[in-house]
Design a protein around this ligand. Structure first.
Ligand code: 1GP
Length: 427
């Protein structure tokens, strides 16, 4: 038995040497997080954080979307956010802040699960939450998964062994994110118990990051300034950390709302920047603009009239839409792209108002009647704009938005396809 144990240990050691050789020397990059992602948009599922009405127009430019937030996140609002994002062609992944936010629906919808571990918080934030997560997968998700797949008479011993395998498979599909949180005045810092004394110098951050890559096998090291721009302190840390990493990706997030800020972080060594608040600000601005537009413009105002009104009303170069788009390196002209997106959203919102008046005359009481009334009206608000975006089935999406937004406005108690309560139109 002792000899067998020795062989098993030797094989284990060899496997780990081979793994790290493949990681660092091999021609194939074994890190599953793509290097060509320069920009990730982080969407918070909590209801107070809205999405612009025609969100694919904005999100088509980002490299990937992450779903996750620090407060008021539930399994239900997480599932709703994944449903909303299903028409997108960009990858969407899940960054759960609690194990119960992972459900079968979120797992099916997510490209992968990114599990956060905080390197400079308390031990709870490094291994405690991870332990709770693994327990949830082993004792709930994996058995539920097998329950659907195995015949009822399968012996418990077999189910138990398979649940172990399923847990390992689920974990092997996950990506581990080693966080260094540097803004103690953020929800993320409060959750992980990161105080002013826990902030790291560039050298300490580099050492933590090297341990995360070599010991924790973290696919990602995430320098997190959530809510505030890290500026020169962050660039000094990125500079040091990027020198220490070979295999893990290096991400920066926090307070980004300009091209200069993004370029500074990428130049300092970040592979990817993450933008959160600046995206939700677009929805808040849009709600105000639409409220102002309905005071002045007719519901059938044409594109020229809407554009004229918009450029007289706001300085588009300084709008939240332009600020968000300026954080996406591939957007060549953020101001004109923002102007087009804002014109599209305002016009679509006005058309929805017009459609609501028209459709209410038919007094629909079921989803089918409402859908028929929307189709009879002959104009699907937003369809022409979604058609030009990288969105799967643009017409179907425009129809779902119209039907579900109008159902809520008309107070109809019918099952929605899209959870439009997350959109800027729902206040
Ligand atoms: C939060 O790093 C992200 O986890 C993004 O931060 O909301 O400040 O952009 P902001």
């Amino acid at each position: 038995m002792a000899a067998l144990d020795d062989v098993a240990r030797a094989v284990g050691r060899l496997a780990s040497v081979v793994r790290s050789g493949v990681r660092t020397l091999g021609p194939v990059d074994s890190n599953p997080v793509p290097t060509d992602w320069t920009h990730v948009t982080k969407l918070d599922p909590e209801h107070a954080k809205k999405l612009p009405l025609l969100y694919p127009l904005y999100l088509q430019h980002t490299s990937a979307v992450s779903v996750g937030g620090s407060s008021d996140v539930t399994a239900a609002n997480t599932e709703e956010t994944f449903t909303l994002l299903s028409p997108l062609t960009v990858p969407v992944f899940h960054e759960p802040s609690g194990p119960r936010h992972i459900t079968h629906r979120t797992r099916d919808a997510a490209a992968f699960i990114a599990i956060p571990e905080v390197l400079n918080g308390d031990s709870e934030s490094l291994v405690g939450t991870l332990g709770v997560g693994i327990e949830h997968i082993r004792e709930q998700l994996a058995p539920e998964l097998l329950d659907d797949a195995l015949p009822r008479w399968t012996p418990e011993r077999i189910v138990d062994a398979l649940a172990n395998v399923a847990t390992s498979v689920l974990l092997s599909e996950a990506v581990f994110e080693a966080y260094i949180i540097q803004n103690p005045d953020s929800a993320a810092a409060r959750e992980a118990n990161v105080g002013p004394d826990d902030l790291l110098s560039p050298t300490e951050a580099k050492q933590h990051a090297m341990a995360a890559e070599r010991h924790l096998d973290s696919e990602l090291v995430y320098l997190e300034y959530s809510g505030t721009y890290g500026d020169e302190e962050a660039t000094a840390i990125l500079d040091a950390v990027s020198e220490g990493l070979d295999w893990s990706r290096l991400w920066y997030g926090g307070g980004l709302d300009s091209r200069e800020g993004v370029e500074a972080m990428l130049d300092a060594g970040a592979d990817t920047v993450v933008v959160g608040n600046a995206f939700h600000d677009v929805a808040d601005e849009e709600a105000e603009l639409v409220a102002a537009a309905t005071e002045t413009l007719a519901t059938d105002a044409d594109e020229t009239a809407v554009r004229e009104w918009l450029t007289e009303t706001v300085d588009v170069a300084d709008s939240a839409a332009a600020r968000y788009l300026s954080t996406v390196p591939s957007v060549a002209d953020p101001t004109s792209t923002a102007e087009d997106a804002l014109v599209a959203s305002v016009r679509t919102a006005l058309e929805l108002d017009g459609l609501a008046e028209q459709v209410s005359e038919a007094e629909p009481s079921t989803r089918a009647e409402l859908r028929a009334a929307v189709d009879d009206a002959g104009n699907l608000p937003g369809a022409r704009y979604l058609d030009e975006s990288m969105c799967k089935h643009p017409e179907a999406m425009a129809r779902s938005v119209a039907v579900d937004v109008l159902a809520r406005r008309l107070g109809l108690d019918i099952d929605g396809r899209l959870p439009v309560s997350h959109l800027s139109t729902d206040r």
